[in-house]
Write a protein that binds this ligand. Sequence first.
Ligand code: PLP
Length: 372
Amino acid sequence: MRTLPFFPPDLFEADRDALLKSLFEVGTDPEQRFILGRRTAELEQAIKDASGAGDVAACGSGTGGLELAVGALGIGPGDEVIVPAFCCQPVASSVANAGATPVFADVDPWTMVMDPDAIEPLITGRTRAIMPAHLFSIMADMPRIMEIADRHGLPVIEDAAVAQGAVLDGVPAGRWGTLGVFSFFQVKAFGTAGEGGVVLTDDPELARAVRMLRNHGQDGVNRFLHHRIGRNSRFDEVIAAFQLHRLPTFADRLERRARIADYYTERFAPLVERGVKAPPAGRNGRCYYVYSLQVSRRADLRAYLTENGIGSHVYYPTPLPLQPAFSAWAPEGADWPRSRWASESNLAIPIWPHLTDADVERIADTICDFFA
Ligand SMILES: Cc1ncc(COP(=O)(O)O)c(C=O)c1O
C-alpha cells in the first residue's frame, strides 16, 4: 500500500533540474548578487502583472511581509491592530513586535476565518488597522471587512500568505487590503524550496516604506545611508529564479487542487450527520492550499487514517490568545469559543496537485469507510 504523507518529500521533484540550474547560475554569475538582484526584480514584476498591484516588493518570508506592512503603516506602541484569534502566530507577533497591541477577534464557526461581526465591537480610538487572514481553503469576507474598515477610516493588512491565486468577486487575494502579503513557504499555494514572500500595495508611499524597511532602512540608491531602522527581510536570488521557472505552471497546480477539493466536498457532504463538516463548496474566494475538515471524532479519524497509510495534519491546536506568548494581550474574561472549536476540530488531509485520481479516491473512501 502506497503511503500518502501529508508533507510529501517529492513536492518539487518535477522541478529539481531547474532548482539545481538556478543555484548554479546565481552562484557563478559574475555579478555575485545573492539577494535583491535582477531575478528578484523580475519576479516582483511578474507578480505585479499577474495581480494588477501598483507595486510588489519581495521580502524574506510571509512573516517578514506582515512585519513590513505594520512598519510601513507606522504602527507602534499604544496602537491596536485587530487580528484573528484562530490563525498562524505571525498575525499577532508582527503587531506585538512593533510594540503595538494585537486585539483578537473570534472567527466564523464554519469557514474558520475572522468573523466580520466580531470586528466592530473591538474598534477603539487606538485601533490603527485590521488584519484579516485567509485560511485553509477560504478567503476572509473581504467585502464586509473593507466596508467596516472604510467606515472607520482604517487601513487593512490582508494576510493572503496562503491564498495567492485565489479570486473573490473578481478581485485577487492580496489586492483587497491597503497592503497584501503572500508567503512562498514550501506548503503554501506558490510555495518554494525555501523561504520568501511579497508585499503588494497600490500606495507608492507605502511601497517605498516597505522597500526601505526590508533592507535596513536604505533607499536602494545610497548604500549605508539609513533613513529608518528597518530590518533584514530580503529576497534570495536562487529562490527568485526558481519561482520564475514555476510561475507559468502555477495556475495548473491551483486548478488541480481545486478539482480535488470539489471531489472531496461532494464525497464528504453526506457525512455532515456524522459530525464532519467539509468547507463550503464552490470556487469563488477559494484557496485550496490546504483542505481542512471539521471533525468531532478527530483523534479517532486521524488514527484510522494513519493505520491506512494516509497522513493528516492539525493546524493551530491552541488559539492565539490562549498561547502563553500572547497571554498579556488576552483580556480577562474574554473568550473566543469559535476559535477554540476550530482548534479542537480542524483536520487537514492531503491535497497535493501531484496526487493521482486513485490516491484522491482512496483518501475519500477511507474517510467515508471510517464513518460507515
Ligand atoms: C495565514 C498565515 N499568515 C502568515 C504566515 C507566515 O508566512 P511565512 O511562513 O512565510 O513566514 C503563514 C505561514 O505559515 C500563514 O499560514
